[in-house]
Write a protein that binds this ligand. Structure first.
Ligand code: C2E
Ligand code: CA
Ligand code: CA
Length: 707
């Protein structure tokens, strides 16, 4: 796949994959934390303000009393005490050692729980300290040092306790709570301490105000969080819906290729145990289109749905499958042993073949094994170079080798396939320039009369002499061009060049014999093939009877009527037509019945192995007899031994084309084999062909085994 579309697709995938949920959750958390901190801070500030303003008032009154006492002289003391007593406040004065000098009211100061440090300072910047009254000890929780520090948290816990108390006390119709504690103020230059009891009165309204504020703040924060949660749920639902659409195959309602490639790539990139290997598979429902034609597309799709189900059921843990496109499914399977994997795939195929009671379907499977990468110690390591599209493509390449097979089959990918594909690509790429630059050369293989050893015909065979790739035999490029529908150009090239050669030889005084040219079956789809051939030959000025058209037997299966029409026309124009490779493939007898052919070429396969005696001999002699009775000439191909020649001669075979007489050779060499009319330069005696044996290894043999 090209780079840009792939990048584009990855981007789309990323958007879908991107997890907005986490962003929403993070925002929720941040908002909750910030608002909590805000509420805590604000309640502290308000709480501190309330406490300080109330305690501050009390402190000022007590500090005033202490000051009055401090500034009084010894003589005035009694009057001062009387004055202070009028305040009605409990107070007492001690010396440095704690001995009580004077006391008014009850001393209920609790010292056991330590000192309460207030957050405000007096005029002289001294931190004001106070002691809790025994009665309410425990309202504050002392720290490790036994001190009560009036911090935000202590205020908060105090408020909570206070709230509870308030509630308790409100039952008794009280609308405020008293918190008594004692201030301690140094007097008489620090030689004495003035203790005075104060009541810290917190009204229900104050607490209500603080509570209300906290409640409103909490409700607001709650609302924000709920809104965020709703948004988050919406996002999740939306995302789920989106990813479902994005990852669901519309036909099978299962997973699609997007899903497969995303999850597959993740699985393949993971580090695995060295014993476990993954294989990417391409499974094809062969002739799915035929099924759709015979039934309906909807029924076909229903079949794909069933295939998808069965494939999915066969999967193990950490294995995937998805519908790719058309009738292709992608699978990712784990295995330890190739044979075991093969057996498993076969089992799946067996199941799939029986998916419908009334039909037996065929499935082709291509397998690409994603080899584990190991470190120096032999341990499997993470693979970073995974490209699931490439791996799947390799599986498809392996599967494409099964295209000819009518039965279900499995093919494993191997590196030779890459080479093959590259070669196919090269042939396709260079085919045009090869024609333009006349890189295709014609070799001629003579056909001899086995009785007289006289030259009676010749077959023109193509070779590709590429300046870059070297000399290539037709087997390496003709099937490729045929398969891809580009053989017509070659056939036309051959007819033109052979006609040109014949004409040139004729003009040079050679006694030319008919030269046969192979015309591919693919060419017969053209209605005017006979006219094309006629015009091309005429254009070169070559007599039509010097050209023979060879048709392969398999061509007779395509369009019988078109074939017969073309043959009749070719014959009418004066060309000879032969059936090539008779006996090599399907039953040829039927074709013989319908096709008005001139020559029957017995396939070389007849002469592989021992011809003498046995059933082979009977078949060959009967084929020759059959041709004779149909008024056809016979040519035996691929004859390599003298005994074969003798046998064929005895059976009345008209011509022999084989290594025994001659291998295909360049035009100049072939010209030497022809007779030349008297009066022409270099006129030669008719000579019997050189009796080459198959054991010899001439140049041609080496060439044709190339590539
Ligand atoms: P074919 O038409 O059956 O050609 C005969 C093939 O048998 C030739 O192979 C020839 O070299 C080989 N042959 C002949 N005698 C013997 C023998 O005694 N022993 C052995 N082992 N082989 C023998 P070649 O030239 O490699 O051609 C292969 C095929 O390529 C041809 O089979 C034909 O189907 C195709 N082909 C060749 N030239 C053309 C062409 O110009 N157009 C088309 N469409 N096909 C061509
Ligand atoms: Ca041929
Ligand atoms: Ca042949």
């Amino acid at each position: 796949m090209a780079n840009t579309p792939k990048r584009k697709k990855n981007k789309v995938l990323k958007i879908v994959r991107k997890n907005h949920i986490w962003v929403t959750i993070a925002i929720c958390l941040v908002i909750a934390l910030v608002s909590d901190a805000f509420i805590a801070l604000f309640s502290t500030v308000i709480g501190e303000y309330l406490l300080n303003s109330k305690i501050g008032e009390e402190y000022e009154a007590v500090a005033y009393m202490a000051k009055l006492y401090d500034y009084s002289s010894n003589e005035e003391t009694n009057n001062i005490f009387a004055l202070l007593n009028e305040e009605g406040r409990s107070y007492y004065i001690t010396d440095n050692h704690g001995n009580v000098i004077y006391q008014n009211g009850e001393n209920t100061m609790g010292t056991t729980n330590g000192i309460l440090t207030l957050s405000f300072k007096d005029e002289d910047d001294v931190v004001v300290k106070a002691y809790l009254d025994n009665t309410d000890e425990g309202a504050f929780v002392p720290n490790e040092d036994g001190d009560f520090v009036l911090s935000a948290t202590s205020i908060f816990s105090f408020v909570v306790k206070f709230w509870a108390d308030t509630f308790e006390k409100s039952k008794n119709n009280r609308n405020s709570v008293d918190m008594p504690f004692w201030f301690a103020i140094d007097v008489k230059d620090g030689k004495q301490i003035f203790y005075a009891k104060t009541i810290f009165n917190i009204s229900v309204t104050d607490v209500m105000f603080l509570g209300l504020f906290i409640c409103i703040a909490l409700v607001l924060v709650g609302c924000i969080i709920i809104l965020m949660l709703i948004n988050m749920i919406n996002t999740i639902v939306h995302q789920n819906r989106l990813s479902k659409v994005f990852f669901t195959d519309p036909i099978t309602r299962g997973h699609n290729w997007m899903w497969f490639s995303f999850h597959g790539e993740q699985l393949l990139k993971k580090k695995r145990s060295a014993k476990e290997t993954y294989a990417v598979l391409d499974l094809v429902f062969v002739k799915f289109r035929n099924y759709c034609v015979c039934h309906s597309v909807a029924e076909g799709e229903e079949m794909l749905y069933r295939v998808d189900r069965i494939v999915k059921e066969s999967l193990g843990k950490k294995e995937l499958s998805a519908h790719y496109a058309s009738a292709n499914f992608a699978l990712l399977l784990k295995f330890k042993d190739r044979e075991e994997l093969k057996a498993r795939i076969q089992q799946l195929i067996d199941k799939l073949e029986k998916i419908d009671q009334d039909h037996k379907f065929t499935f082709h499977v291509g397998v690409y094994v994603v080899e584990n990468v190991k470190n120096a110690k032999g341990k499997a390591i993470r693979r970073k170079d995974i490209d699931i599209e490439r791996e799947y493509n390799n599986a498809c390449t392996a599967r494409s080798t099964l295209e000819e097979s009518d039965d279900s089959a499995i093919a494993f990918f191997d590196e030779n396939l890459v080479e093959e594909q590259k070669w196919i690509d090269t042939v396709m790429e260079k085919r045009r320039s090869a024609i333009e630059n006349e890189e295709y050369v014609i070799y001629y293989q003579p056909k001899y009369d086995p009785k007289t050893n006289k030259l009676r015909g010749v077959e023109a065979l193509i070779r590709w002499n590429s300046p870059e790739l070297g000399f290539k035999s037709p087997g390496t490029f003709i099937p490729i061009l045929e398969k891809n529908g580009f053989i017509q150009d070659i056939d036309h090239y051959m007819i033109t060049h052979v006609a040109r050669d014949q004409k040139a030889w004729l003009d040079a005084g050679y006694e030319c014999v008919p030269a046969s040219v192979n015309v591919s079956r693919a060419h017969f789809s053209e209605n005017d093939l006979a006219e094309q051939i006629r015009d091309a030959v005429d254009a070169e000025g070559c007599p039509r009877n010097l050209l023979e058209i060879e048709l392969t037997e398999s061509a007779f299966f395509d369009d019988k009527k078109a074939m017969i029409d073309t043959i009749l026309k070719l014959k009418e124009y004066g060309f000879m037509v032969s059936m090539d490779d008779f006996g090599s493939g399907y039953s040829s007898l039927n074709s013989l019945k319908d096709m008005p052919l001139d020559i029957l070429k017995l396939d070389a396969e007849f002469f592989r192995g021992d011809v003498n005696g046995g059933r082979g001999e009977i078949v060959i002699s009967e084929a020759i007899a059959l041709a004779k009775s149909l008024n056809m000439l016979t040519v035996a191909e691929g004859v390599e031994f003298k005994e074969q020649v003798d046998f064929l001669a005895s059976k009345g075979c008209d011509m022999i084309q084989g290594y025994f007489f001659a291998k295909p050779m360049p035009g100049e060499e072939y010209a030497d084999k022809m007779n030349r009319k008297e009066g022409f330069a270099d006129s030669k005696e008719e000579k019997a062909p050189k009796e080459e044996t198959a054991d010899e290894t001439p140049e041609e043999q080496e060439i044709s085994t190339e590539n």
